[in-house]
Write a protein that binds this ligand. Structure first.
Ligand SMILES: Nc1ncnc2c1ncn2[C@@H]1O[C@H](COP(=O)(O)OP(=O)(O)OP(=O)(O)O)[C@@H](O)[C@H]1O
Ligand SMILES: [Mg+2]
Length: 230
């Protein structure tokens, strides 16, 4: 059984897209792969799953688990879990998350857990995403970007993991443009030099991206999936 927590250097870096793509790749290998989004915030979808991230992850993995199993906490506000929880007066039940997580672990051969925001996104005043990762005892995959500013965010994210004894499986640099600015082109090399963390792969910006299978195929070309599951 392998499980990973997919975190990012920021919100919107591509955690859902990459997690869904990885799940699709693992599924294509005939492996029983489950997904989880322990906490989601944001607008409620009009149809199907409340959380858009959960809808994307479920579709890509081919799972049909109840929403309250894969996403025990949904807070309908465009805010961090901490702010949303205060705003809506909805306390976040962490033990519930851990119970559901254990159930998924016992059901699937591989489980991919998408975080929320970045590593220091607050869940409560004294409990951050980094603490949730530790409590789940998961190895992380960090999704980052290549554009200017990424060195700061990436180095800080890796340092928080190291300081908290969280093992990092590797980094995935998303929306990579090999013909981009000097900063973008250098990002993979410089990130590796600064962090010493394995770069699992770079994923290009996919023009007219509208189908998760486009991401599955791109990941199959750019990332050694076998190294994640063996
Ligand atoms: N490589 C890519 N090529 C094209 N579009 C992409 C790529 N990666 C992500 N996107 C798009 O960028 C947007 C943000 O990606 P995504 O939702 O996966 O980020 P996230 O880190 O999960 O965000 P959140 O913090 O809200 O959960 C989405 O519209 C997604 O389709
Ligand atoms: Mg997401």
């Amino acid at each position: 059984m392998r499980a990973y927590f997919v975190t990012g250097t920021d919100t919107g870096v591509g955690k859902t897209t990459i997690t869904a793509g990885l799940a699709g790749c693992i599924r294509n290998l005939g492996i029983n792969v489950g997904i989880m989004k322990p906490i989601a915030t944001g607008l409620t979808e009009k149809k199907g799953y409340k959380s858009k991230d959960v809808a994307i992850l479920s579709e890509a993995s081919g799972t049909n688990d109840p929403e309250d199993l894969v996403n025990p906490i949904f807070l309908p506000a465009l805010a961090s879990p901490y702010d949303a929880s205060k705003l809506l007066n909805m306390p976040i039940d962490m033990p519930l998350i851990f119970t559901k997580f254990k159930k998924l672990l016992s059901t699937y051969d591989v489980v991919l857990v998408e975080g929320i925001g970045g590593i220091m996104t607050p869940i409560t005043k004294n409990f951050f995403v980094v603490d949730m990762i530790k409590a789940m005892a998961l190895e992380v995959i960090i999704v980052t970007r290549a554009s200017l500013g990424t060195l700061n965010h990436t180095v800080m994210t890796c340092k928080m993991c190291k300081d908290n004894d969280i093992k990092i499986k590797g980094l995935i640099i998303n929306n990579f443009d090999e013909k981009g600015t000097m900063a973008e082109k250098n990002a993979p090399t410089t990130i590796y030099e600064l962090t010493g963390i394995n770069i699992l792969g770079t994923i290009p910006f996919i023009k007219d991206f509208n189908d998760i299978n486009m991401m599955v195929k791109t990941i199959e070309r750019n990332i050694d999936i076998q190294s994640l599951i063996s």
